[in-house]
Design a protein around this ligand. Structure first.
Ligand code: TIU
Length: 220
């Protein structure tokens, strides 16, 4: 059986069931003036992983394997934004407010877009999600089922919020999940390290973690 070198043990890869899930690599989390910065975070940590996310995406495209992108965002009328989410975090700009890149985390606004270097290409699915997890109130689950995808490689931000939430949701639904370590980041290095440790603890309780080079080698 084909394997990807991973922790806590080798990931038993089935290439015909494998997809790359790129979580929320949006300007709002990576550029000054966006949502991440409004929460008081150093967004330069996020931009540093762009080259590793890019080569992972390119590897999947070259191998003819699916790449699915997610975007955290809300409808312009905020009907999918619970007050409990809008009011959280004491940010300088709340979701839906007008910022330097348009309205914060609103579908179609410039700041909500995926970073140009990682932009989806024709044919790639983009899931707009109102939650931290990609399954809640989206068509993500149906898309995976329709495409026969059962194994998910994860990249994107932030490790302990939207990436980990989606991995946990996927794990409960029976998907085998592998996190690409250099292709994910948090505003807090200690949270990234803790999320990686939690995910692969107890015999891969939520999933596996692997290095980008080892993932790329297996799909080359
Ligand atoms: N995409 C994602 O992780 N959304 C967040 O709000 N993350 C934070 O860490 N704030």
């Amino acid at each position: 059986m084909a394997e990807i070198k991973a922790e806590p043990f080798a990931f038993p890869v089935k290439h015909d069931q494998l997809a790359l899930i790129v979580i929320d690599m949006q300007r709002d989390f990576a550029e000054p003036g966006g949502f991440g910065a409004s929460l008081g975070n150093d967004v330069s940590r996020i931009t540093r992983i762009v080259p590793d996310v890019k080569r992972l995406i390119q590897g999947f495209r070259n191998a003819g394997l699916p790449v699915i992108h997610t975007m955290e965002c809300h409808r312009p009328d905020l009907s999918d934004l619970p007050p409990a989410k809008r009011d959280r975090g004491n940010p300088t700009l709340r979701i839906g407010d007008e910022g330097p890149m348009g309205r914060i985390l609103i579908s179609g606004e410039p700041g909500t877009a995926i970073l140009p270097a990682l932009a989806p290409v024709k044919g790639e699915v983009v899931i707009e999600k109102p939650g931290k997890g990609a399954f809640y109130a989206t068509e993500f689950g149906e898309v995976l089922q329709r495409k026969g995808i059962r194994q998910l490689v994860f990249a994107g931000v932030t490790t302990e919020v939207c990436v980990q939430t989606t991995m946990r949701e996927a794990n409960d639904r029976g998907y085998e999940c592998l996190l690409a370590e250099e292709a994910t980041e948090s505003y807090f290095p200690e949270f990234k390290a803790a999320a990686i440790a939690m995910i692969r603890a107890q015999g891969a309780i939520v999933g596996w973690t692997a290095h980008v080079d080892d993932i790329l080698e297996s799909i080359a």
